[in-house]
Design a protein around this ligand. Sequence first.
Ligand code: ADP
Ligand code: ZN
Ligand code: ZN
Length: 744
Amino acid sequence: MYADIIIDISRNELDKTFQYRVPETLACAAVPGAPVVVPFGSRKISGFIVGLSETPKIDESRIKDILSVPEKSEKVEGHLIALAAWMAEHYGSTLNQALKTVLPIKKKEAPKQKKTIVLNVPLEKAKAEYIDFVSRKRHSVPKERLFSAILENNMIPWDFAVQKLAIPSTAIRDLEKKAIVRIETSRDYRNPVKAEGQTNAAGNIILNEEQEKAYNAFASDWDEGLRKTYLLYGVTGSGKTEVYIRMIEKALSEGRQAIVLIPEIALTYQTLMRFYSRFGDKVSVIHSRLTPGERTDQFDRAKAGEISIMIGPRSALFTPFPDTGIIIIDEEQENAYKSEQAPRYHARETAEKLASLTGSALVLGSATPSLEAMAKAKAGEYTLLTMEHRVSERPLAKATVVDMREELKKGNRSVLSRPLEAALNDRLARHEQAMLFLNRRGMMGFISCRSCGAVIKCPHCDVSLSLHRDGRLHCHYCGYSQENVKACPACGSKYIGSFKAGTEKVEEFLQQKYPAARILRMDADTTKGKEGHEAILSAFANREADILLGTQMIVKGHDFADVTLMGILAADMSLNASDFRSGERTFDLLTQAAGRAGRGTSPGEVIIQTYQPENYAIAAAAAQDYERFFKEESSFRRLMKYPPYSHMLQVQLLGADRQKLAAGAQALYGLMAASDATLFLMKPTDARIAKINDVYRMVIYAKDDDYERLVALKDAVVVSLQERRELARYGMTVFFDFDPMGGF
Ligand code: ADP
Ligand code: ZN
Ligand code: ZN
């Protein structure tokens, strides 16, 4: 037996492994991830096993023996290294990229003095001062910017003010002198959870019958020493978080640690607080706002045993706990669990591997499980735990579908259908809260010509520009903006404009229609500041508004007891994306949206506006019928050979010159077809967005039931790209994605 060994992981040139012989006496101990001591030149050095094989790669006489396998030394890193080796192979990245993803960055930053500018007077007083200030004829503009940013966010980081808002420090010091703001410095940032908010001591919740049943299934496996993978399929509001908490308590009581993945920290603030109020200081959090140094800091605490629960996005999977016992992935169907950089790993699959390396249980939770997870559960690979009812028997909201084509026929051109308008009137009169969900910010704000149908597009990207309140047209991909047009650039017609509306437009419309209503808007524009999300969500939770209008952000995870109406303004918007997962995504979004209404004591109502009421994803979501959706979707995927019933390799091709790229794509396609003649290959086509930032994009797909065959194809393409000179002249950059999550 031979072992591939990686030596000195701190070195940059990581991609090289060395082969050593495994002596009989060490055969049991020499497993992937195990630390080893080997002869290297004239020295003895330590390394890790990343793989085993039975064939020597070089002349056998030159292969040396492993000297020893130390008991534990760096066991934690051993697991992670074995995981990285698996990721590199499974996702077709280099070992170097995989190790960099998995291992914490060693370089320590000097502890940075963080300065924050904090509002020092009550908000109303500050507003009054602000109004007074801007009414002065010759007030300073940077100071006004600072003032309004502070009013909006209560606090802003000093660096952000100086670098991003371009506010001179003298202006800041000036407001400090007037005692409107104060400057706070914090040296160390030990526990980011604390900075997130206050705790509220929650009483111990008694699990209901369904929760109890789900938990017991897990607990009895656990007691028998079984560490399985579970799919906790529970409708929205069925109390999944409470079940996770009990499972974690179980693992913790035996001295193990827990990793909890949640899709997007900023949006699941409430969930975070529930963990924190239960486990207090044992919890830590990593999120995208931490610097690499702060992240390393949290990882060091995990390694040292100072904390036992790590909550975070997919990268929290790599927390170097000494003895991980349970991994939880909440909302496992979310796209955010797939990395967009090499290695393009999926957290669910990677967690499965990690669970087997560490002997952990894995719990996947969702109200709308991914096809991948449900297919495995149905096949018996995962243990299915089902919770069909909401906590306290609160009924699911009643859903109605409104056909917008009929509305148009009846002469209603408004974004609100008559039923939705009536329902809104009713809620406003009864002082109940409503949420309105508009798919994708600005997506509908595009400008088109009524005479010739031309759409105004970004000159650098293949997407339409959208009209913002500043009166200009903006590109959401590259940031380009231009003045609005008065006539059609294609035909000269004056009848050009924005006929459909983004969130801003809808907000304006609603405000005009309901002058007395208090409306909050939540989208990428209104949540830019650090506290943006929380400020809007807590204002709505405190009933400071009647209507919350927003994008995807309002749909997931939030628990507002007083919302009795959810209006979905255009259910189809995610359906038309040219991507085989768009049905799944639409079903997920609509089900989640419907799950927001009626979570308190009053029953909820959902109104789904659509141009395609007969579409199965929309119809199944309206009926809140996951089984029906799963049946339709899985037969479609089987028929078309899409994941999870087959596998798919997406080859992404980028280039600055359109002609050269098309020729290069064709050449590569020819090579691929020649390297595996019977494989199902799709001819190169333009990507869904054919140009971003002046870079052209094309794509080639390969499909096969055998994942390994696609890996072999990818390896062959990489070799061709390295060895064939003629390919270089096309100036192409090539990326690979296995079982992709998004259209490209
Ligand atoms: P899900 O994540 O399944 O959508 P949550 O975990 O958010 O559901 O739970 C919904 C609400 O029900 C939360 O406010 C939670 O505190 C509450 N809850 C959960 N379990 C119980 C229980 N056994 N008894 C009373 N309330 C509960
Ligand atoms: Zn025109
Ligand atoms: Zn652009």
